[in-house]
Design a protein around this ligand. Structure first.
Ligand SMILES: Cc1cc2nc3c(=O)[nH]c(=O)nc-3n(C[C@H](O)[C@H](O)[C@H](O)COP(=O)(O)O)c2cc1C
Length: 332
C-alpha cells in the first residue's frame, strides 16, 4: 500500500508536506505553475514589508536593498526603488493572479515588527484570496534599553491584532533567539496563532577589511542549519498543538524525514529550489515516499513527532545533558 503523504497545515489539507517557502520563486507565474507541477502542496508568497507599507524606509530596509548587489536572485525579491512605490498594489495583484493560476493553497506573507498601519494589509491579503497568512516578525533588537519581554509582548500584540482582522489561518515566522523559546511558542498559540514557522535566518553582514565597509552577505542555507530547527521542533511537539513548519536547511528527502520525525507538520524549502530548480520538489517528495515504504510508515501523521522530545527513546539527546556528552565525543 502506498503511504499517505497528506498533512493538515494551518487547517488546510495538503497533499504532501513539502511547501516552497517565501522567496523570489513565487514572484513569477510560470515558476509558480512549475512548482505546482513538480508537486508543491501549497506555496508561500514572498513578503510584503512593513517598510513598503508605512512608506518609511528605515536604515534596516535600506540595508536590505543592498542585497541586490551581491545576490542576483534577490533583485526580484527586494524591491527596487521604482517597485517600492507600487509595492502593495502589485503584491495584491500578483496574489490574485497566482490564485487564478494554481489550484493549491496560496499563503500570503506579511513582514514587519512594530505595530502600525502595515498590519491592515493582513485583511487586504485575505480579500485578495490568500488561503492563509504567514506573519514574518523579523526583529533585530538593537536598542539596549528595550528588554526582551517588550519584544515578546510586541510580537504577541501584532498576532492578536492580525487575528482580530482576518478569518484565514495565521502562522508566525520568527527567530529562535528568545530566553525561553518554548514559552514564546506557547504564548503565540494562546494569542491565536495557527502555526509556527521555524526559523527566520538572519542575513549576517560582514566586514570588508580593505574598503572598511560593512557588506551585506546573502548566502543560501546549508543542511547543517536544519539541526537547530530539529531541536526546537522536537521540544515544542507535544507542548503546542498548532502546526509547525520547518524552514532553514531542508535540502534533500532525508532532511524532510528528519523534520517530520522531530515534529514538523510541513517543511518549507527555498535554497535547494534556488540551486536545483522547481523539479527538485519531485525528488524530495519521491524520496520521502520511498523512505516511508522502506521503514513501513503508513502516513505522515504516524511519522510526525515520532522522535520528538516527548516520544524519542533518549529525550536527553535534545536537552542539556547532550551538551557534555557531545563535547566528550571529540578525540584528539
Ligand atoms: C532570495 C531569498 C528571498 C527570500 N524572501 C523571503 C521573503 O520575502 N519573506 C520571508 O519570510 N522569507 C524570505 N526568505 C527566507 C526563506 O523563506 C527561508 O525561510 C530561508 O531561505 C530558509 O530556508 P531554506 O534553507 O530552504 O533556504 C528568502 C530567502 C531567500 C534566499
Amino acid at each position: 500500500m502506498k503511504p499517505n503523504l497528506s498533512t493538515r497545515y494551518l487547517g488546510l489539507q495538503l497533499a504532501n508536506p513539502v511547501v516552497p517557502g517565501a522567496s523570489p520563486l513565487t514572484g513569477n507565474l510560470d515558476e509558480v505553475r512549475r512548482l505546482e507541477d513538480a508537486g508543491a502542496s501549497a506555496i508561500v508568497m514572498h513578503s510584503l514589508f512593513e517598510e513598503q507599507l508605512d512608506r518609511d524606509v528605515g536604515a534596516e530596509f535600506a540595508h536590505m536593498r543592498r542585497f541586490e548587489d551581491v545576490f542576483s536572485e534577490a533583485a526580484n525579491f527586494f524591491p527596487s526603488a521604482a517597485d517600492y512605490a507600487l509595492g502593495p498594489e502589485e503584491y495584491l495583484g500578483q496574489l490574485r493572479r497566482i490564485k487564478d493560476a494554481v489550484a493549491i493553497p496560496v499563503i500570503g506573507s506579511l513582514n514587519g515588527t512594530r505595530a502600525g498601519r502595515w498590519v491592515d494589509y493582513a485583511s487586504l491579503i485575505e480579500q485578495a484570496g490568500a488561503d492563509a497568512l504567514e506573519l514574518n516578525l523579523y526583529h533585530l533588537a538593537t536598542d539596549a534599553t528595550v528588554p526582551g519581554t517588550d519584544v515578546r509582548d510586541m510580537i504577541l500584540e501584532i498576532v492578536r491584532e492580525v487575528k482580530r482582522a482576518v478569518r484565514i489561518p495565521v502562522s508566525v515566522k520568527l527567530a529562535p533567539f528568545f530566553s525561553s523559546f518554548s514559552n514564546v511558542g506557547s504564548l503565540l498559540e494562546g494569542a491565536g496563532a495557527d502555526g509556527l514557522v521555524m526559523f527566520n535566518r538572519f542575513y549576517q553582514p560582514d566586514i570588508d577589511v580593505e574598503t572598511l565597509e560593512v557588506v551585506p552577505r546573502l548566502e543560501l542555507s546549508t543542511p547543517d542549519e536544519l539541526r537547530l530547527r530539529l531541536r526546537w521542533l522536537a521540544i515544542l511537539f507535544g507542548q503546542v498543538r498548532i502546526s509547525m513548519a520547518a524552514t532553514g536547511g531542508v535540502h534533500d528527502s532525508h532532511d524532510v524525514v528528519k523534520a517530520l520525525l522531530a515534529g514538523a507538520t510541513v517543511v518549507q524549502v527555498v535554497s535547494c529550489l534556488l540551486k536545483k530548480g522547481p523539479d527538485h520538489l519531485t525528488a524530495l517528495i519521491d524520496g520521502l515516499r520511498y523512505w516511508m515504504e522502506e521503514h513501513e510508515y503508513e502516513s505522515v501523521s504516524q511519522m510526525r513527532g515520532a522522535l520528538s522530545l516527548a516520544n524519542c527513546p533518549d529525550p536527553a539527546a535534545f536537552e542539556r545533558a547532550n551538551y557534555l556528552k557531545t563535547l566528550q565525543l571529540w578525540k584528539t
